[in-house]
Ligand binder design. Structure first.
Ligand SMILES: NC(=O)c1ccc[n+]([C@@H]2O[C@H](COP(=O)([O-])OP(=O)(O)OC[C@H]3O[C@@H](n4cnc5c(N)ncnc54)[C@H](O)[C@@H]3O)[C@@H](O)[C@H]2O)c1
Length: 271
């Protein structure tokens, strides 16, 4: 049931690759809640073509942008304001990629050029998005900017490799830019730390199935789904959460506060 939470709001949604993408679900919920937005992804991801289907469903235009390219980001914000007819109220950064993870490089044998790429795509791009928005004066007051993170920023998860450093940096950028944007334009900046989710980026991490079911058992409510995450993002874009900024918000069914759960005790007792 929709509540018109985003009626009259204009947004930009990064990172919808296919139906499983968290950004895909966010677009669907944002549309149902009355928002107008543009969709964007890296030009290379567009070749798969799935995003056209989402654009049609949401009545949105697609503007390709590599989130590491300032030129692309300037074009994205400028065109989005033209198409949507005004400044932007919300931005979703739903982007992650590590060449070291993708190519199965061991953490003790990282390729440092790839590490730089991981950080640029998965974290520094968040700064680039906000710096571009500030320079173009593209955000409305009380706007909301969100990125998606993972608890590997705080705890070690061996197969997550250099993405752990990227997420730690992403959360740090949210705090630093959040302070600046609040002062300058009352824009708020937060990250949502999401449960493991069956998507292309998620399942690219080694041993993901075990990872997923462990987290599910360690979370009293179970893992949060992509749909749950979309609902949370949309409330964060709405005026109902106006005073929340510079936070890393755990969206994990209780995983981050659990020592052990009955489910796990039962399983380990059986073994
Ligand atoms: N899936 C999970 O388990 C999980 C858990 C916590 C957080 N997250 C985070 O959620 C976000 C979305 O991931 P997802 O799980 O929906 O997977 P996904 O693979 O559907 O989305 C990742 C997106 O990043 C885009 N991308 C990669 N390089 C880019 C670039 N240079 N410029 C612009 N876009 C680029 C991809 O095209 C893709 O659309 C990521 O930040 C991810 O780390 C995912």
């Amino acid at each position: 049931m929709a509540h018109n939470l985003l009626k009259g709001k204009r947004g930009i949604i990064f990172g919808a690759l296919d139906k499983r993408s968290i950004a895909w679900k966010v677009a669907q919920v944002a549309k149902a809640e009355g928002a107008e937005f543009t969709l964007t992804n890296a030009p290379i991801a567009m070749r798969m073509g799935a995003i056209n289907q989402l654009a049609e469903e949401c009545g949105s235009e697609i503007i390709p942008a590599d989130a590491t390219s300032i030129e692309d980001l300037e074009n994205l914000f400028t065109k989005s304001m033209e198409i949507l007819g005004g400044k932007i109220d919300f931005v979703l950064h739903s982007i992650g990629m590590s060449p070291n993870v993708r190519k199965g490089r061991d953490y003790g044998n990282l390729n440092y050029d790839w590490l730089t790429k991981t950080l640029d795509v998965s974290a520094i791009s968040f700064h680039k998005v906000m710096q571009t928005a500030e320079k173009l004066d593209a955000m409305n007051e009380w706007g909301s900017i969100m990125a998606l993170s993972y608890i590997a920023a705080q705890r070690s998860f061996p197969d997550y490799s250099d993405m752990a450093q990227a997420k730690a940096m992403l959360e740090s950028i949210a705090r630093s830019y959040g302070e600046r944007f609040a002062r300058l334009k009352k824009v708020r900046v937060n990250t949502i730390s999401q449960s493991p989710t069956m998507t292309t980026a998620g399942s690219g991490v080694g041993g993901f199935d075990v990872f997923f079911s462990y987290a599910d058992k360690m979370s009293p409510l179970g893992n949060a789904t992509a749909e749950d995450c979309a609902n949370y993002c949309v409330t964060m874009f709405s005026d109902m959460t106006k005073m929340v900024t510079m936070q890393n918000l755990m969206h994990d069914g209780g995983f981050s506060s659990s020592g052990i759960t009955d489910d796990l005790i039962e399983q380990l007792t059986k073994e």
